[in-house]
Design a protein around this ligand. Structure first.
Ligand code: OSB
Ligand code: MG
Length: 370
């Protein structure tokens, strides 16, 4: 695979409704799209870093810098024939997983298309559709939250994730559980608590939750292992797992019973699959997290989530849950059984609409092979 040219596109996509988490409120999603051009077409990847270092230290600025100075030159330098071969080129680099993952995704789309395979098949995926849920931002009152949840249930989502933080937790979860005794329900604290809150977190055991996502520090594994011993509800780690070694440490310490895999957070589809395989060998289920992706990132998430150990519904909602006008076609819609179909066309399975892309582009740059 020889890449002749690459382009980076910084985009800003208005969300259909504000998304509030314990670390902030978002109304516009910034992202960088990576485009790798070959004579037979472009491969696309999405960098999920946000405009501020809130969820992660990476931002669109740091990713732009690392992409343009290191990662894009590495793909342009010489042809490659596999994703592991590409990973070797930046194995020296520390961190910046979201930037790595974006380039890797674009390369994966090209390699899969070249092999006349869908990205899912290329990765070894088995499912043709993936169970999904919706991640619901923090609302002003429990009543408003129940109303919002009702709207998503009416659309057919079978699994609801509630964002929580201290003071916006017990009463909110209780209200939703009371209104919907049987719905698959889970919560995500995005690191808003400390071990001193364990009494409060234990109250969540009463609500029959599938899991509690990342209650403690974004960098912590050890204290989660102490908390997990005090909870009946499984802890699921998100922010703390950046590498296969982190996953191994978390499993060895019993710091969680479930892992949320995000391609960007772990540096690509190949590392994501390694974590998937490790968890599978330990009997630990994984599910595919989301970062409010455009259709480009969502297509890759669906391909990844078609692997067999993605046993819980993913944060992969329909395109319309995020954006009124997505940049990729076709858009994704929810099937009546709360699944989304995995793209079957060769490569990524979606096509970027250039006009739609231009409308949301703040800045682009192109790079050519020497
Ligand atoms: O913690 O899972 C998270 C969105 C941005 C940053 C972090 C998270 C999220 C979500 C949204 O929960 C999931 C989605 O894309 O639907
Ligand atoms: Mg999370």
């Amino acid at each position: 695979m020889k890449i002749e040219q690459a382009a980076l596109h910084l985009i800003a996509m208005p969300l259909v409704s504000p998304f509030e988490t314990s670390f902030g409120r978002q109304t516009v999603r910034q992202a960088i799209l990576v485009e790798l051009r070959t004579p037979s077409g472009s491969g696309w990847g999405e960098c999920v870093a946000g405009d501020a270092p809130a969820y992660s230290y990476e931002t669109t600025d740091t990713a732009w810098s690392v992409l343009s100075q290191y990662l894009v030159p590495a793909v342009l330098a010489q042809p490659f024939d596999s994703l592991p071969a590409l990973h070797e080129r930046w194995a020296w680099m520390r961190g910046h997983n979201m930037a790595r993952a974006a380039v890797e995704q674009a390369a994966a789309a090209l390699l899969a298309a070249d092999a006349d395979q869908s990205l899912a098949t290329f990765l070894g995926g088995e499912r043709t559709s993936v169970p999904v849920g919706v991640s619901v931002g923090i609302q002003a009152t429990p009543e408003a939250l129940v109303d919002t949840v009702a709207g998503y249930l009416a659309q057919g989502y079978g699994r609801i994730k509630l964002k929580i933080k201290p003071g916006k937790d017990i009463a909110f979860v209780e209200a939703v559980r009371r209104a919907y005794p049987a719905v698959l329900l889970q919560v995500d604290a995005n690191s808003a608590y400390t071990l001193a809150d364990s009494e409060r977190l234990r109250q969540l055991d009463d609500f029959n939750l599938l899991l509690i996502e990342q209650p403690l520090d974004h960098d912590d594994i050890y204290e989660h292992s102490l908390l997990q011993r005090q909870l009946r509800t499984p802890i699921c780690l998100d922010e703390s797992i950046h590498t296969l070694l982190h996953a191994r440490a978390a499993l060895a310490l019993s710091a969680c019973r479930i892992i949320n895999i995000k391609v960007g957070r772990v540096g690509g589809l190949i590392p994501a699959r390694q974590i998937h395989d490790l968890c599978q060998a330990h009997g630990v289920p994984v599910w595919c997290g989301g970062m409010l992706e455009t259709g480009v990132g969502r297509a890759a998430n669906l391909a990844l989530a078609s692997l067999p150990n993605f046993r819980l519904p993913g944060d992969i909602s329909a395109s319309s849950r995020y954006y009124t006008a997505d940049i990729a076609e076709p858009t994704f819609s929810l099937n009546p059984d709360s699944t989304i179909s995995v793209p079957t066309a060769p490569g990524l399975g979606v096509i970027v609409n250039r006009e739609a892309l231009l409308r949301v582009t703040l800045h682009s740059a192109t790079f050519s092979a020497a």
